[in-house]
Design a protein around this ligand. Structure first.
Ligand SMILES: [Zn+2]
Length: 491
């Protein structure tokens, strides 16, 4: 979708519709046209039974010189308006346009006279871009055609805010495509390919990739063990973006990249396996966030580390009950081969802590079914070595509507991952399983300030909802970008 900003209402392009935001001012009978300062007088608009409720859209066939129709876009009560209301409203607009096969619109930006104008405006743009998405397999086109062109009619200062929001959302759509893609296409090497493409596109991005031979030689024994059952070799992808070259401060993002999870020899059920191409949602979020940071030119330094592998079954599969040595030197007894995410993350975290000099490490992973039971599909779990980091991430979650909720790390549970045969065990029973998984990771961060995001419940939707499509929603791209923007620099 081509998105532009037009400062002069009279210079807007020809389009299928003019979109006029309308707020309900609390009185049932009166509506406030939410026009920008530069917009002309519209006079009275016949609204019929349109109430201006949030996400309500009405079509009026009153042609202008540029558009054959006007769409009234309800915002809801103006004095109670939140950024998220704007996200929902603009997503409803796109849904209406797609159903009616409208390909282009000139959208008047609502008056957002507040010190938080950029948050409101970003959210309004996000609803537009994020709702204009449908994953289609190969040559099967979308059910409803996508909108091709949006011109926002806005103030001059808004242009940069709009462009930034579009960039971050496009990176989110990129992450959705990776997660929705066939597991046979989005392989560990394919993730490495996409990382290398980013390095081609942006001079400030550098990529190195370890193949399975290097992974074994370097002693990433847990990543190597998990990958042994697959015919597609594992990769350890390191993608570094340096946007603040004068600074030493660097955030490391570790993304779980299990491109298909069969469970291994502890095989999943058929129903439990069907969506397991999405088990690289963390890796996709890391690539998306770095792409957005590089495209915007965010003045931060961030390195993504992606342990990528399939968890498959083969004659060389790693075995329940056996003990494997991690990169850190700690040995791990395999309680269940389906608890593979924490194994590959453990190696990636200790590799990053030792070699990349991170000031902060954040891992993002579709880690446990237990977090879905605890928090459902609207909240991801967050665990952190200190509450400041956890609060910062939760703050970024509130801004982006990608919510996090803290899980505790009680010492009392440490005994759950004790092993008779090794330093640790990769399972700890059913109780508190999301917490135990995070506490396993804590054993590998080597004193670096660290947070863990468990996105197993939020990465994939069974039903579309507003700007979130069925399937992958790209959770984490906007969240991590917002975190980097607000806290990715040591000040
Ligand atoms: Zn698994």
């Amino acid at each position: 979708m081509k998105v532009t900003t037009v400062k002069d209402f009279q210079k807007r392009p020809v389009a299928d519709a003019l979109v006029v935001p309308v707020a309900n001012d609390g009185e049932q009978t009166t509506l406030t046209l939410s026009l920008g300062d530069d917009a002309p007088e519209f006079g009275s608009i016949s609204v019929g039974d349109f109430k201006g409720k949030n996400a309500e859209v009405a079509t009026e066939y009153a042609p202008t010189d540029r558009e054959p129709r006007t769409l009234l876009l309800g915002l809801g009560l103006l004095n109670e308006l939140t950024p998220h209301d704007l996200r929902l409203a603009s997503a409803a607009l796109i849904k209406t346009m797609r159903k009616a096969h409208l390909r282009s619109a000139n959208v008047i930006v609502p008056p957002l006279d507040s010190e938080f104008r950029s948050y409101f405006l970003s959210a309004f743009v996000e609803g537009v871009v994020l709702a204009n998405y449908e994953y289609t397999v190969r040559d099967k086109g979308p059910k409803h055609p996508l909108v091709e062109q949006i011109a926002f009619i806005a103030h001059g200062d808004d242009e940069a805010v709009i462009a930034e929001a579009v960039t971050v959302c496009e990176a989110t759509l990129f992450a959705r495509d990776l997660v929705n893609g066939n597991a046979d296409d989005i392989t560990p090497e394919a993730l490495a390919y996409h990382a290398r493409q980013l390095a081609k596109d942006y001079a400030a991005v550098k990529v190195t990739v370890m193949d399975e031979v290097a992974i074994a030689k370097e002693g990433l024994g847990l990543l190597h063990a998990v990958s042994r059952g697959a015919d597609k070799g594992a990769r350890l992808i390191t993608i570094a973006y340096t946007g603040a070259p004068e600074s030493d401060y660097r955030t490391v993002l570790v993304g779980k990249g299990v491109t298909f999870d069969s469970g291994g020899l502890d095989l999943k059920t058929a129903a439990g396996m069907e969506k397991m191409r999405s088990d690289m949602g963390g890796a996709a979020a890391v690539l998306g966030a770095i792409r957005a940071a590089a495209e915007v030119g965010l003045e931060v330094n961030v390195t993504g580390v992606i342990p990528a592998t399939e968890n498959s079954i083969g004659p060389a599969s790693y075995k329940p009950g056996d003990v494997y040595r991690s990169y850190s030197g700690k040995t791990v007894e395999i309680g269940n081969t389906d608890a593979e995410g924490r194994l590959i993350l453990a190696d990636a975290l200790s590799y990053a802590a030792k070699n990349l000099k991170p000031d902060v490490m954040i891992d993002i992973a579709t880690l446990t079914g237990a977090v879905m039971i605890a928090l459902g599909d609207e909240f991801a779990g967050v665990m952190a070595s200190d509450h400041v980091l956890s609060d910062e991430l939760m703050h970024a979650g509130r801004i982006t509507n990608e919510f996090l909720w803290p899980l505790p790390m009680p010492q009392e549970y440490e005994s759950k991952i004790e092993s008779d045969r090794a330093d640790l065990k990769n399972t700890g029973g059913k109780g508190g399983a999301a917490i135990v998984a995070g506490m396993f990771l804590a054993e590998f961060v080597d004193g670096v300030p660290w947070a863990h995001l468990d996105i197993a419940g939020v990465r994939f939707r069974e039903e579309a909802k507003s700007y979130l499509p069925k399937g992958a929603n790209g959770f984490g791209v906007r969240l991590l970008y917002q975190y980097l923007k607000d806290f990715g620099e040591d000040i």
